[in-house]
Design a protein around this ligand. Structure first.
Ligand code: CA
Length: 239
């Protein structure tokens, strides 16, 4: 069961959608314009948005862009135009899936189930992610807070994302390519971006590249985060 926002101006399609979703035990709210949809997602938490692309006030891609500006909620776009180029463009712009109208109930249910499954498996709408602990480091992805030996770390958004991603894979060497894709959501980019953020993060963790404790850079390979070795003879910084 999920909480679904239906954004559809066609009264007939809208009531059909509401009926199907309610039958499938979802909770449904519905609106007929993009602006109302933006207001809804700004105030309420949904598991899924079904967004009609032909709305009276905003163009579908504009509506999607604005939605994405305020929420990571999964979005299924519904379109009467079977325009592959447009659909691909919207999927790249942040839609999670699409439906071409007219669609069957079975098709709708399958798409919803798939999107919710994906979101729950790894999306930001998933149930509370566990607090990560690596040595004296604690990373709470839900509250977006990190502590080192009980002291709160003051991290930027990107530093936090980077730390949380690495803390979720302690001891694993993460290739830079993967960091770019997962933390920066870029398929390519230059290593300097990562290096700069790593060095800032390192400073906040009170360590240096020459004397790493948690953050280890393996030149030409990647980065890993692991608990500091005990008894390495270097002593721990005072705190
Ligand atoms: Ca419409």
């Amino acid at each position: 069961m999920a909480s679904v926002l239906v954004v559809e101006d066609d009264q007939f399609v809208r009531s059909a959608l509401i009926r199907h979703l309610t039958d499938a035990s979802h909770t449904v709210r519905s609106v007929g314009t993009a602006l109302e949809a933006l207001r809804e997602v700004a105030h309420l938490r949904f598991d899924l948005v079904i967004l009609d692309l032909g709305l009276p006030d905003l163009d579908g891609s504009e509506a999607l862009k604005m939605l994405r500006g305020i929420t990571d909620v999964p979005v299924i776009i519904a379109t009467a135009r079977d325009d592959e180029t447009e659909i691909v463009r919207l999927l790249n712009a942040g839609a999670d899936d699409y439906l071409t109208k007219p669609f069957s109930v079975e098709h709708l249910s399958a798409r919803i189930a798939a999107v919710l499954r994906r979101a729950r498996a790894g999306g930001t709408e998933a149930p509370a992610p566990p607090v990560l602990r690596v040595g004296g480091l604690t990373v709470d992805p839900l509250r977006r807070q990190a502590e080192l030996d009980g002291a709160r770390l003051d991290l930027t958004r990107r530093e936090f994302d980077l730390l949380a991603f690495l803390a979720g894979r302690p001891g694993v060497v993460v290739p830079r390519r993967e960091l770019l894709a997962e933390v920066w959501q870029q398929s390519y980019g230059d290593d300097q971006t990562i290096d700069v953020h790593l060095s800032w993060l390192r400073r906040k963790l009170g360590e240096t590249a020459a004397r790493p404790r948690y953050l280890h850079t393996l030149r030409g390979v990647g980065v890993k985060l692991e608990p500091p070795a005990t008894g390495d003879g270097e002593g721990e910084p005072p705190r």
